[in-house]
Design a protein. Structure first.
Length: 277
């Protein structure tokens, strides 16, 4: 394994409470670039003082997952990069097994761990298999296959990795899953300071915005409308029900859900940002 050939990019936002387990699982001879979506100088100072292999970049404001990852990826100087969520833990020999596969299939764009993909995969006695999509919690990039174009920065949250995979496949690139690369994704929110209602409002707004934007981008406006229509009608119905039974919390979530849909339909940028306690 050549540690000098790999950098790790981690996007964070108020993730002080969860990132320590992730960083402890990374070999200390691998460069880690943390892109923090805020201007938290204390967070940056604490990480860089504690971990010799960590550089922390502050964006100044919440740029979202796609834009922040692009910042990190565009300063990577190594042959490969791993985009990793802050709530992930590298299991034993995950990096070594990536290099084994990378050496076998040198003409790849992306490689991801098989576990956590939420699909049934038949490897047929192979260690890796070519696929169409990867989940975004852990993606290895072959940097030679990309210029400065990685994630579509119009996405703030959701669909970024699916969109990236579509771009790769459209350009005849190869994407693999490897059953020997084990990266534990604890899941849940990577932001512990969001209260439950604010988290749901944020998720619902961006899920609906990104759903319509993704389908419009790849299938056209009219087909995207057809796809989103059942969700639109269902959201209106549930909004009305929660208003009748005076459930303010659920009502506020569906207001955000509808706002995300309508803002995406009329072509507005993804502007909603969560409130932090």
């Amino acid at each position: 394994m050549e540690s000098k050939d790999l950098s790790i990019v981690i996007v964070t936002f108020k993730s002080e409470d969860i990132i320590s387990k992730c960083l402890k699982s990374i070999p200390n001879d691998i460069k880690v670039i943390i892109v923090e979506n805020s201007k938290n100088e204390k967070f940056k100072k604490n990480l860089e003082n504690k971990y010799n292999n960590v550089d922390c970049i502050l964006t100044g404001n919440n740029r979202g997952y796609a834009a922040a990852n692009n910042i990190g990826l565009n300063i990577v100087k190594t042959k490969y990069a791993l985009v990793l969520n802050p709530d992930c833990i590298l299991e034993h020999e995950a990096i070594r097994n990536f290099f084994i596969t990378a050496n076998k299939v040198q003409d790849f764009h992306l490689i991801g761990p098989a576990q956590g993909q939420m699909i049934n995969i038949d490897f047929k006695n192979n260690d890796f298999i070519e696929v169409e999509n990867l989940k975004g919690f852990a993606i290895f990039f072959n940097m030679s296959k990309f210029s400065n174009k990685f994630f579509d920065e119009n996405y703030f949250l959701y669909f970024e990795e699916i969109d990236l995979c579509k771009y790769v496949k459209k350009n005849n690139g190869k994407i693999y899953l490897d059953k020997n690369i084990v990266i534990k994704h604890e899941g849940g929110s990577s932001v512990k300071k969001l209260n439950k209602i604010e988290l749901e409002k944020n998720r619902n707004w961006h899920w609906m915005w990104s759903t319509f934007y993704f389908h419009k981008k790849h299938k056209g406006f009219l087909l995207a409308l057809v796809i989103i229509l059942p969700k639109l009608l269902s959201s209106f119905f549930k909004l009305f029900i929660f208003m009748l039974i005076l459930n303010k919390e659920k009502h506020s979530i569906y207001v955000c859900r509808l706002s995300g849909i309508f803002n995406s339909i009329i072509g507005k940028k993804s502007w909603y940002r969560p409130s932090i306690d």
